[in-house]
Write a protein that binds this ligand. Structure first.
Ligand code: SF4
Ligand code: SF4
Length: 286
């Protein structure tokens, strides 16, 4: 089973929940330790909690066009076909903007003069290594200033090859944009982490809309909640979203996380709760 852990906004404790789930399942002994995939490629930070030995690093790139202007007739067909405005014809110049190019190859295949070739444009790396408790850790790291996160997430997902019974946990980027959608598309189940505030609820609703469009079953973890928040309860009930866990705010938790400790390291009693949460997901999605 592949579980994506997401939240409509940053700062809800998504990575804390994702890594706590991974650690709890890794210590269960009934299945191979999980594969953990940090898909937050713009700002990966799950390694702080899971402490992988990242020995394997491989570049990821997309193919971008290069125009041979000695053969170009400046007809403009490449610019017309590019949905991302990544290629433009200005008089007797054909310009490529690598930062905008998605590497779709349309311009290359439609150029009537066959004068476009392609070169690899590096956008980041994928790193892998064993983490604590035998967790197989993978992450993508986008180059600074590079906007193209989705190809790295897709490449991460291509490299996930779980053993029978091995759970995959994908830590999604915050928000609801393309990188989050790409992460969700590779999942069987979506665990949404929210906090019981109007802002948390607002962003949860956006994330639920995306999950519904993809057709992904979902459940909710309410983090840093000290009591019921009726608006959140009502929304989850009306959307058919089970609230699978509630984690109250505790100063001890915040202090531990600030020192790079995981929730289940600070509160080992949550280990059983995370295993139960997983069992419930597995039962509900048989
Ligand atoms: S489609 Fe080909 S020939 Fe036409 S402007 Fe683009 S590169 Fe030049
Ligand atoms: S490869 Fe696709 S995105 Fe890039 S310039 Fe060509 S048409 Fe545009």
């Amino acid at each position: 089973m592949r579980i994506a852990v997401a939240s409509g906004k940053g700062g809800t404790g998504k990575t804390t929940i994702a890594t706590s789930l991974a650690l709890s399942l890794a210590g269960g002994g009934s299945a191979p330790p999980p594969i953990f995939v940090d898909c937050d490629v713009e700002a990966p930070n799950a390694h702080i909690f899971l402490k992988p030995r990242l020995g394997d690093s491989q570049p990821v790139g997309i193919m971008i066009p290069v125009v041979d202007e000695t053969r170009c007739t400046f007809c403009g067909k490449c610019a017309e076909v590019c949905a991302y405005h990544a290629i433009a014809v200005l008089g007797k110049k054909t310009l490529v903007f690598p930062q905008l190019c998605h590497g779709c190859g349309s311009c290359t295949s439609l150029c009537p003069e066959n004068c476009i070739s392609e070169i690899a444009n590096p956008i980041g790396v994928i790193e892998r290594g064993p983490a604590v408790q035998g967790i197989d850790f993978l992450r993508g790291v986008l180059n600074i200033g590079q906007p193209m996160a989705v190809p790295i997430i897709r490449e991460l997902q291509r490299r996930i090859k779980p053993l029978p019974g091995q759970v995959v946990i994908m830590d999604a980027p915050p928000g609801t944009s393309c990188p989050v959608v790409a992460t969700m598309r590779g999942a069987d189940y979506l665990l949404l982490v929210t906090e019981p505030t109007p802002f948390g609820l607002h962003d949860l609703k956006l994330a639920v809309q995306v999950a519904a469009e993809i057709g992904l079953p979902a459940g909710v973890v309410v983090n840093r909640g000290d009591g019921p928040f009726p608006d959140l309860e009502r929304f989850c009930a009306s959307a058919g979203l089970p609230i699978l866990m509630r984690i109250p705010f505790q100063r001890k938790t915040a202090a531990g996380i600030a020192r790079g400790k995981n929730l289940v390291e600070v509160h080992p009693e949550y280990t059983a709760a995370f295993r139960e949460l997983f069992q419930q997901i597995a039962e509900d999605n048989k």
